[in-house]
Design a protein around this ligand. Structure first.
Ligand code: NDP
Length: 434
């Protein structure tokens, strides 16, 4: 903690991982003797820089941007860029740390990184967003490369922002090599990438339920968020026969006891993605119950999918979920559940999948985008989707293998953390102290 003052999110993520793998490490002292843990919790590099840009009124604005290059033991740094006022070194270090384990779980050769800025795209014109992205790339470009560091999108960074950054990168480097994933289809993007995190989450949930002899058909599903991950989680949950009863944003929650249907989802997507509106607008248009500042967890449901942001589901929410009959929580967002919430899930026997396993479909498909770019080929929708399903099944299998206790119960958190750690730690050991 003294090495990372004022970095609560980073300390939270490290504490959670180390606590869950500690019994395993004690049985395998080679990881202690080689200083692997001390090395793993120190990012290889953290770049901080100024971004100056001019708004539509001609005023100069200054934002701060960062790239955390956390670990490259198994491949180039890989992880998204986040544009949100809450972005700090602590938030990005926690995300980069988690990303290292997540990427290892995918079995694709990708190290872990994360970046972003405190720039808020909300309320900015397309031109302002473009000027900001271009100004950011003036500095970031020198730290990227297809075999060095390959960013992607995250909160506040969608297809529009990735397009602007890719365009400037190409200009500055005089090269079209793959240094962003989540690109538009016409310039090297992969089919299924926009859908991948949400779809992958549901493939993981399906595998968890299958392990219990169950399916999603007829189950009530609560989703938080209404962005990229939430939208495609809702779509796939509907396809699997689930009844999705909530969506939300940072202003409130919409409740729909009848459940989403494709027409309603299309309306939500139009409001969020095209009009850049709010969930309240959607609720109003559909005549649905909207609760300002309410959370999805207040309603009765079987499956809960937090898909918004970190620490959005705390101990009180977990108590509420337990009382409302939930049997399974799988994270679409990164670290949405606090440590208190996870302890309650474990105590009351709610099946719990941590984001580094259940939301790995996004980065896995980014890995597939990198492969297609390197091959100068584009795979069909079916081919990418099939590979995504295979990867999510493999991650589930690995979690079960490392997370099953003597009684036969599976602790997915432990399974994901140990499996990811072993992969990264063994690669670091083999490459010596560097
Ligand atoms: P988006 O920016 O597309 O959507 C984020 C959504 O979360 C918005 O609806 C936003 O609402 C909502 N939100 C933000 N803060 C809160 C809050 N405090 N309470 C309720 N809702 C909130 O981001 P993504 O969908 O891409 O990312 C969501 C999460 O998934 C993040 O944790 C991200 O790191 C993680 N993730 C994303 C991947 C991807 O492929 N996109 C891959 C793996 C993980 P508002 O409009 O009000 O801000």
């Amino acid at each position: 903690a003294s090495n990372n003052p004022n970095q609560p999110e980073y300390l939270q993520a490290v504490t959670e991982v180390v606590a869950s793998i500690w019994p395993f490490i004690e049985k395998n002292p080679k990881y202690i003797e080689s200083g692997i843990l001390e090395r793993l919790v120190e990012p290889e590099r953290l770049i901080q820089f100024r971004v100056s840009w001019v708004d539509d009124q001609g005023k100069v604005n200054v934002n701060r941007a960062y790239r955390v290059q956390h670990n490259s033991a198994i491949g180039p740094y890989k992880g998204g860029m986040r544009f949100h006022p809450s972005v700090t070194p602590s938030v990005l270090k926690f995300l980069a740390f988690e990303q290292t384990f997540k990427n290892a779980l995918t079995t694709l050769p990708m190290g872990g990184g994360k970046g972003g800025s405190d720039f808020d795209p909300k309320g900015k014109s397309d031109n302002e967003v473009m000027r900001f992205c271009q100004a950011l790339m003036f500095e970031l470009h020198r730290h990227l490369g297809a075999d060095t560091d390959v960013p992607a999108g995250d909160i506040g960074v969608g297809a529009r922002e990735v397009g602007f950054m890719t365009g400037m990168m190409k200009k500055l480097s005089n090269s079209a090599e793959c240094v962003f994933t989540g690109k538009g289809l016409s310039f090297g993007g992969s089919l299924i990438r926009p859908e991948a995190t949400g779809y992958g989450l549901l493939y993981f949930v399906e595998a968890m339920l299958k392990e219990q002899g169950q399916t999603l058909a007829g189950k009530r599903v609560g989703v938080s968020g209404s962005g990229n991950v939430a939208q495609y989680a809702i779509e796939k949950a509907m396809h699997m026969g689930g009844r999705v009863i909530t969506a939300s944003d940072s202003s409130g929650t919409v409740y729909d006891p009848e459940g989403f249907i494709p027409e309603k989802l299309a309306c939500l997507m139009e409001i969020k993605n095209v009009k850049r509106g709010r969930v309240a607008d959607y609720a109003h248009q559909m005549g649905l119950t909207y609760s300002e500042d309410g959370k999805p967890w207040q309603y009765e449901m079987d499956v809960a999918l937090p898909c918004a942001t970190q620490n959005e589901l705390d101990g009180n929410d977990a108590e509420m979920l337990a009382g409302n009959g939930v049997m399974l929580v799988a994270e679409g967002a990164n670290m949405p559940s606090t440590a208190d919430a996870v302890a309650i899930f474990n105590n009351v026997g709610i099946l719990y999948a941590p984001g580094k396993a259940s939301n790995a479909g996004g980065v896995a498909t980014s890995g597939l985008e990198m492969s297609q770019n390197a091959l100068r080929l584009g795979w069909s929708r079916e081919e990418v989707d099939q590979r995504l399903q295979d990867i999510m099944c493999r991650i589930h299998h690995t979690c079960v293998e490392y997370g099953r206790d003597e009684t036969g119960k599976v602790n997915y958190e432990q399974g994901a953390n140990i499996a990811g750690f072993v992969k990264v730690a063994d690669a670091m050991l083999a490459q010596g102290v560097c």
